[in-house]
Design a protein around this ligand. Structure first.
Ligand SMILES: NC(=O)c1ccc[n+]([C@@H]2O[C@H](COP(=O)([O-])OP(=O)(O)OC[C@H]3O[C@@H](n4cnc5c(N)ncnc54)[C@H](OP(=O)(O)O)[C@@H]3O)[C@@H](O)[C@H]2O)c1
Length: 302
């Protein structure tokens, strides 16, 4: 199966390059790749790249992910997150290909107190969330075989993420204020990529991606829930135990989101229920603490 992977160096894309490798011939493109590139801001670039490759499956891990900057750069965020997914779906339709795409917990308002399900009402509170929701709708409107995988609080060993930022700041600072009134489920990029590959495998017959009536939106995040503050406390404890943080590092101080204003409003609660993925495909990511332990153990070994 020829697979076009969009994004090469993003957190999830990087891991997908490995996990998709045994499913077929993976061609990973981004806006810096050569001789063929794909710029999600540019419709001609999208069409040209997809037609040149002619994939059976497109996996789009590219996105405009600068949540605060998106409040200013609305046009860029919209073109990449809302318009491009619709174009990718149209290209998939032309080729008879399937599409796997990622979305976010930020499509929800954060007012709930129990995990959001796929059919829960959406109400994004910032430009990034609005643009991602529009991208979901654009894909669904085309009617191709597809999975839209909503994930949350992504971290990993590469890229810009909370884990790596904390590990750096804990070494540099004496005191580190961290928001304690936003609740979510930290999710390791590697596990997202592993689950994506398993999902594709379970939905592919004779080199044909065919989820049939199982197309649609799925939540894909680690189990459990925590605050950014408690997540940081666990990073500190595990990091020190693994020897990747010194015994003496920053003291963590819980603060409210109101004390740490950001350009984009964040949902106070954005835990996702992963029951649909477990029910339909028997796939379930571990509890966030187990995943973090595995990720940090890997760093210690390196
Ligand atoms: N990070 C999170 O906490 C989080 C949470 C929920 C959902 N998600 C979703 O998960 C998916 C992957 O996120 P991630 O964390 O892996 O993101 P990431 O590390 O920020 O990577 C995003 C990738 O998109 C590429 N990209 C940006 N603009 C592009 C353009 N115009 N054309 C082509 N490529 C472009 C970037 O490439 P460049 O190097 O060229 O910029 C980068 O490789 C996204 O759909 C995101 O919305 C992420």
């Amino acid at each position: 199966m020829k697979i076009l992977l969009i994004g090469r160096s993003g957190q999830i894309a990087w891991e997908l390059r490995r996990t998709l490798a045994c499913l077929g011939n993976v061609i990973a493109l981004d806006r810096h790749s050569s001789p063929l590139e794909i710029d999600l801001m540019n419709a001609d670039s999208i069409r040209a790249a997809v037609r040149a490759i002619g994939p059976r499956l497109i996996v789009n891990a590219g996105a405009y992910t600068a949540v605060d900057k998106a409040e200013q750069e609305q046009d860029q965020a919209w073109r990449v997150n809302a318009t491009a997914p619709g174009l990718l779906a149209e290209c998939s339709a032309e080729l008879g290909a399937g599409l796997v795409h990622y979305s976010t917990d930020y499509v929800f308002s954060g007012d709930a107190r129990a995990p959001y399900r796929e059919e829960s009402a959406t109400d994004p509170q910032n430009v990034y969330g609005l643009s991602k929701l529009e991208g979901e709708k654009a894909i669904a409107a085309v009617g191709i075989p597809h999975f839209i995988l909503r994930t949350a609080w992504v971290y990993g060993e590469r890229g810009s993420n909370f884990l790596l930022t904390m590990l750096r700041l804990m070494r540099e600072r004496d005191v580190l204020p961290i928001v304690s009134d936003q609740i979510g489920a930290p999710t390791w990029s590697r596990l997202i990529a592993e689950a994506t590959a398993a999902l594709i495998m379970r939905s592919t017959n004779n080199e044909l991606f065919a989820p049939d009536d199982k197309s649609g939106v799925y939540h894909l995040s680690c189990g459990g829930e925590t605050s950014w503050y408690d997540f940081a406390c666990r990073i500190k404890a595990l990091g020190q135990a693994a020897g990747i943080l010194p015994e003496s590092c920053a003291i963590l101080k819980a603060i409210t989101g109101a004390a740490y204003p950001t350009a984009a409003k964040r949902p106070a609660y954005s835990v996702l229920s992963n029951a649909k993925l477990a029910r339909q495909f028997g796939l379930q990511l571990p509890h966030w603490e187990s995943a973090l332990e595995l990720c940090i153990a890997g760093q210690a070994k390196a």
